[in-house]
Structures are given as structure tokens and as C-alpha cells.
Design a protein around this ligand. Structure first.
Ligand code: SF4
Length: 309
């Protein structure tokens, strides 16, 4: 069963696919997004703060080469044999003219030991021309487009000011798959107004899509965001998970999820100085993974046990 795990782990896939350890290096290539620059909105998604995941070397003030050089130097001290993926992570990394995209992706791919790129973006920031470019790159390198889906409920998308519908996202995901590009997706569990039943329904809807990898994370309220203001105004509008409840919902989610979809992450860990709530006492991501694995074993259950094609 999934190589002795009870879920389809992306790290097992990476180990099989690549001869050496592979590390993602986050890059801020200076993009913005249509939800910030006024094309769709100026306020951004209510939970968004791109500082939460930026390592020290990742800054739009530096060239891509410099960010890769500093990031690789940092990780090379930990492990001698490594290959790297340039992770275009900050904001919407397809939100520019095609010539600019081509130049930025090439700069990363031409860097020594970089074997591919991961492109995080919004589904409404790609078109056929961009998908064609990315599919050409994917013929020579490892490439994944990672779409922020966050929720499959239109009401919640409205509440978090995402400025897109689930139907629009589905249509782009199918179009991307038709270009033979691997697709990753990102979901937040515990958004305002979402019951456990609604969250579990995401698993069914996501399973119907041609998605290869999935990142899950718990809702975290980051200081100085719109959501932080809403939280401070009325915390009772939020039902934030503690660790135990989160593990339970993840296990139930996995049972409904297609066994074909690989899991890349279960949680996220915002820097403590930026995090307003929930307080999980500094528990590390790997400890949560261990708890999830233990719970799956205790319940003798696994990813896809209740998946209904
Ligand atoms: S989450 Fe993404 S789309 Fe939303 S405001 Fe932040 S960068 Fe823009």
C-alpha cells in the first residue's frame, strides 16, 4: 500500500523519480497578482501574506540567479548530493507577458543543478499561449503548475475575496491537463463558514480533477491581514482547528480522496511572530505527519478507502 504508507506520498514519488535528493528553492521573481493590482481587486485574498513562507534568501530585490545561489549554498551544507527545483512561489508566477515568463523560467533552468521548475499561480493567470510555453519546457525538464484552489465552495471563495469561481478553476485545470502538464493543487482546511461536511466534500470534488499532487494546510490567521481584522472583530465567526481535530479531519479527508493523488503537505507552519492563531505550541510539520500516520494505522484506514469513482 503506497510503499508501506497509508497514503500516496509525494516524497516517495520524488525518491523513485530522481537519483538524488531533490530540494525546492523558493523564488520571488517580482510578480504581483490580479487580486492585488486592481485587475480583479486591490485588497488581495483575506488570508494572504506572502511573507509567511519566504526563506531569508528569497527576495524580489535579488536576481533569480542570486536567490538560487544563496538557497543552494544553504541546503548544500546539509546534504552533499542534491538536485534542485526552482520554486516560483511568491504571488502569481504566470502573471506577466510571455516573453518575461520565458526569460525568468530560462534563467532558473539554466542554473547548475536545477532540474526543473514548480510554478505557483492562480488558475485565471494562464492562457493557451502560456500553457504551450510551459508544456514545451515540460518536455525537457520536470515541471509542475501549482494552482491555489483553497476551497471548492463558491460562497467561501466570495468570503475570502478570492475573485474566482470553482467552475472557472475546473475549466483551467482541464485545459492545463490537455497540455500534458502535471498539476499540483493547494487547499486550506477550515476556512470561515465551512462545516466538516463541506470540507470533506472538497476531497470528492478534487478527486474528480486531473490533479497529480495536493498540498493541504490548516487555516492560519496571519497578523496584519484582512482576516486578522475579521478575527479580532469576532472570533466566533472562526472555527480554528486544534491539532487533534485537524488530524481527524485530515484522516477523514484522505479516506475520500482518490488514491491517485499524491500528498505533498498536510500542514503549514507560519513563523511564530507572524501567526495570530491557532497556537499549536510549535509542533513541527513532521510531527503532524507522524500523528496522521499513527491515526491511519490505529483506525486501519487509508487514502481512498471510501473513494467513490
Ligand atoms: S493568495 Fe495569491 S491571489 Fe490571493 S492575494 Fe495573495 S498572491 Fe494574490
Amino acid at each position: 500500500m503506497f510503499d508501506n504508507r497509508r497514503y500516496n506520498s509525494a516524497s516517495t514519488y520524488f525518491k523513485k523519480m530522481f537519483s538524488q535528493r531533490v530540494q525546492k528553492i523558493a523564488i520571488d521573481a517580482g510578480f504581483t497578482c490580479p487580486n492585488r493590482d486592481g485587475s480583479k481587486s486591490t485588497g488581495g485574498c483575506t488570508y494572504c501574506d506572502n511573507q509567511t513562507f519566504k526563506p531569508f534568501y528569497c527576495s524580489a530585490d535579488k536576481s533569480i540567479k542570486q536567490q538560487l545561489s544563496e538557497g543552494i549554498n544553504f541546503f548544500a551544507k546539509k546534504y552533499s548530493a542534491m538536485q534542485y527545483l526552482a520554486y516560483f512561489q511568491a504571488y502569481s508566477n504566470t502573471y506577466a507577458d510571455i516573453e518575461i515568463l520565458e526569460k525568468l523560467y530560462s534563467e532558473a533552468l539554466n542554473y547548475d543543478k536545477v532540474i526543473g521548475i514548480v510554478i505557483a499561480t492562480r488558475p485565471d493567470c494562464v492562457d493557451d499561449e502560456k500553457l504551450k510555453l510551459i508544456s514545451e519546457i515540460a518536455k525537457k525538464y520536470y515541471v509542475v503548475i501549482e494552482y491555489g484552489i483553497e476551497t471548492t465552495c463558491d460562497d467561501t471563495l466570495e468570503i475570502i475575496n478570492r475573485k474566482i469561481t470553482f467552475e472557472e478553476m475546473e475549466s483551467v485545470i482541464y485545459k492545463t491537463a490537455s497540455h500534458n502538464i502535471d498539476i499540483g493543487a493547494h487547499l486550506i482546511l477550515g476556512l470561515p463558514n465551512e462545516s466538516e461536511e463541506m470540507i470533506l466534500n472538497h476531497a470528492t470534488k478534487i478527486s474528480a480533477l486531473p490533479i497529480k499532487m495536493l498540498k493541504l494546510h490548516q487555516l492560519q490567521i496571519i497578523k496584519n491581514t484582512k482576516m486578522a481584522l475579521q478575527y479580532n472583530e469576532n472570533i466566533y465567526n472562526f472555527d480554528l482547528y486544534n491539532v487533534e481535530r485537524y488530524i481527524n479531519i485530515v484522516v477523514a479527508f484522505l479516506e475520500l480522496l482518490s488514491p491517485q493523488i499524491m500528498i505533498e503537505r498536510f500542514t503549514s507552519e507560519a513563523p511564530p511572530d507572524l501567526l495570530l492563531a491557532p497556537n499549536w505550541g510549535g509542533i513541527k510539520n513532521y510531527e503532524i505527519v507522524h500523528k496522521i500516520e499513527k491515526r491511519l494505522l490505529q483506525l486501519d484506514t487509508w487514502q481512498g478507502k471510501l473513494y467513490n469513482k
